[in-house]
Design a protein around this ligand. Structure first.
Ligand code: SF4
Length: 130
């Protein structure tokens, strides 16, 4: 794919759940949840400092050779039922950092660092992450 991109001078849009492929291939990443972009950033920034709780959960569920675990962590709960209207943040039902304001209105996609956007009203997450 890299050669194809180079030879044709085009961009490639990859749609995948495989974060290994993302880390290997992407320059820029848009993370989607419930039909919305919830985070967008250059790939290195996204992996080094995720700024949306869904992305934090995704990255936390990647197997690591340097960490011994009996079970991989997972994101609690279920994806939202998109056939019904959802008020507020679409990740609120699964978010460990949810607060009442999260359910009141849809968070905007806001630039929290140069080129790094998050649809979380509590970003930057350095304020809430341990
Ligand atoms: S806006 Fe609230 S519920 Fe949504 S991801 Fe951020 S902290 Fe979680």
């Amino acid at each position: 794919m890299r050669r194809l991109r180079h030879d044709t001078g085009t961009a490639i849009i990859l749609i995948t759940h495989d974060l290994g492929v993302v880390a290997e291939m992407a320059d820029d990443v848009a993370v989607m949840y419930g039909g919305q972009i919830v985070e967008r950033a250059p790939v290195r920034d996204l992996f080094a400092r995720p700024e949306h709780p869904y992305t934090v959960g995704l990255l936390g569920s990647i197997p690591r050779l340097d960490v011994k675990r009996d079970r991989l962590p997972s994101i609690e709960g279920r994806v939202p039922d998109m056939s019904r209207p959802i008020e507020g943040c679409r990740f609120a039902a699964r978010c460990p950092f949810v607060e009442p304001a999260c359910r009141a209105s849809v968070p905007a996609l806001v630039e929290v660092a140069p080129g790094h956007f998050s649809r979380c009203r509590r970003a930057p997450l350095s304020q809430v992450l341990p």
